[in-house]
Design a protein around this ligand. Structure first.
Ligand SMILES: Nc1nc2c(c(=O)[nH]1)N[C@H]1C(S)=C(S)[C@@H](COP(=O)(O)O)O[C@H]1N2
Ligand SMILES: [Mo]
Length: 213
């Protein structure tokens, strides 16, 4: 399927779900598997039809916006930061979930301390090498399970899953985690990302089935 048809299909699906009244459920689930999700043993791949190839020597992660110390990290500089490892569950809005994903990388809070966002910064806008973007409230990024991951299950993060580096925000639907990430911008005002402008929920809480806005 072409990239345009794929995007249009997902957008139409969001509109149909909304027409059926599926936007958000008022009642949160306490199960490990969020409501409306099915467990998968595999690891499906979702992207925009492009998996950009980024040589590690050319890879950069730019952190800018409302920060006191804008930085542009090379691969070496990124890996000189304190590493973190975390095991978390992964929930895609298209109703599959994967348990016990073992990620390694650098904690979002480490990058936050490095760039020193100004007090006005309340939102984060992530950008990617494939043209993707997504937005998250800063408060949600400061959980200790949020990271920029460069490894999965003990091996370098494969390109199809967003390598060299991707964002993982376990408590939100997975579209809030940018694969092929290359930019983290701190903003005072919210700015909807790629799927958020195409009918997906801005808040994306799997536990309340907050799928479409
Ligand atoms: N750069 C980029 N990041 C992205 C996407 C994308 O298309 N491009 N898709 C999102 C969606 S909808 C999901 S469910 C997850 C899928 O990650 P996976 O392919 O590793 O399963 O990545 C998210 N991050
Ligand atoms: Mo997704």
């Amino acid at each position: 399927m072409s990239k345009e048809r794929y995007i249009a299909a997902k957008q139409t699906w969001a509109e149909k779900q909304k027409a059926r009244g599926v936007t958000a459920r008022a009642v949160a689930s306490r199960d490990r598997l969020p409501p409306g999700q099915k467990l998968t043993d595999g690891f499906p791949v979702l992207d925009l039809g492009v998996q950009p190839e980024i040589p590690l020597g050319e890879w950069r992660l730019k952190i800018d916006g409302l920060v006191d110390q804008p930085v542009e990290l090379t691969w070496e500089q990124f890996h000189a930061l304190p590493p973190v490892a975390d095991v978390s569950d992964f929930h895609c809005v298209t109703t599959w979930s994967k348990f016990d994903c073992r990620w390694g990388g650098v904690a979002f809070t480490t990058l936050y301390e490095l760039a020193q966002p100004k007090p006005e910064a309340r939102f984060v806008y992530f950008t990617s090498y494939d043209g993707y973007s997504t937005n998250v409230p800063l408060a949600a990024c400061l959980d200790d399970d949020v990271l920029v991951a460069t490894s999965f299950a003990g091996a370098p993060l494969p390109r199809e899953h967003g390598g060299p580096a991707r964002v993982i925000i376990p408590k939100l639907y997975a579209w809030k985690g940018a694969k092929f990430v290359n930019g983290i911008t701190f903003l005072a005002e919210d700015k909807p990302g790629f799927w958020e402008v195409r009918g997906y929920s801005n808040t994306a809480n799997p536990w309340t089935e907050d799928r479409y806005a």
